[in-house]
Design a binder for this molecule. Structure first.
Ligand SMILES: Nc1ncnc2c1ncn2[C@@H]1O[C@H](COP(=O)(O)OP(=O)(O)O)[C@@H](O)[C@H]1O
Ligand SMILES: [Mg+2]
Length: 213
């Protein structure tokens, strides 16, 4: 067992990952624990440069979907070796708001790349830095989007092709996450994130009791 613990938050948009990651950090800090919050892509100078490429179309050409997969993986590889693994070796609790499973869910299940290939790319990028626990904050696509936009009806009830496709994409992502949770039941904890923030926070704290040193 490593000295620290590696906790990742995953799930569809609007599940409350960022909200709950912050609440968890506050609780861990209150206990006087050494904690680290990381963001992807980014978190290292190289990762921030990659983030810039991913966000700003620097080269003046649209990024190919394949290129995007490798850029995420490259940022992750750097973050793992420069930040996450050293922190875990020092005994730090590392909390990551999205990690490798996001690539499998979004680019694999969502975008339609081979899930096996996404898993292989992730495995190469992260090496031994497999999370100790992955909290899957699961919500329906409707509820997640309602939280984010408050405009669920306009988004999804129009019989517009692009919006129907967007919805189908996010449904595939959600179902992909549920499949991953079945594939690795010892690592994944599915959390019903449709409840209040306080209820979700308490459930997460209960789940982590068995995981924290
Ligand atoms: N359990 C919850 N119930 C209602 N609203 C929530 C809940 N958790 C988060 N929110 C709100 O929903 C929005 C999206 O939450 P966020 O934490 O950013 O989700 P994510 O990071 O998973 O996309 C925010 O406005 C947040 O305040
Ligand atoms: Mg978020």
């Amino acid at each position: 067992m490593r000295a620290g613990r590696f906790i990742t938050f995953e799930g569809p948009e609007g599940g409350g990952k960022t909200t709950q990651a912050k609440r968890l950090l506050a609780r861990l800090r209150d206990q006087g624990r050494d904690v680290l919050y990381t963001r992807e892509p980014g978190g290292t100078p190289t990762g921030e440069a990659i983030r810039d490429i991913l966000q700003h179309d620097k080269a003046g050409e649209p990024l190919c979907d394949e290129t995007e997969v490798f850029l995420f993986a490259a940022s992750r590889a750097q973050l793992v070796r420069k930040v996450i693994v050293p922190a875990l070796e020092r005994g730090t609790i590392v909390v990551c708001d999205r990690f490798a499973d996001s690539t499998t869910a979004y680019q694999g299940y969502g975008r339609g790349f081979s899930v096996e290939q996404m898993l292989a790319i992730n495995a190469f990028a992260i090496g031994d830095a497999v999370p100790d626990v992955t909290l899957l904050l699961d919500v329906t696509i409707d509820l997640g989007f309602e939280r984010i936009t408050g405009r669920q009806k306009e988004l999804f009830e129009q019989a517009d092709r692009i919006e129907r496709e967007a919805r189908a994409f996010h449904e595939r992502v959600r179902n992909g996450y549920l499949e991953l949770a079945q594939k690795w039941p010892e690592r994944f904890r599915r959390i019903d994130a449709a409840r209040t923030p306080d209820e979700v926070e308490v459930t997460i704290w209960e789940v982590l009791k068995d995981v924290l040193p």
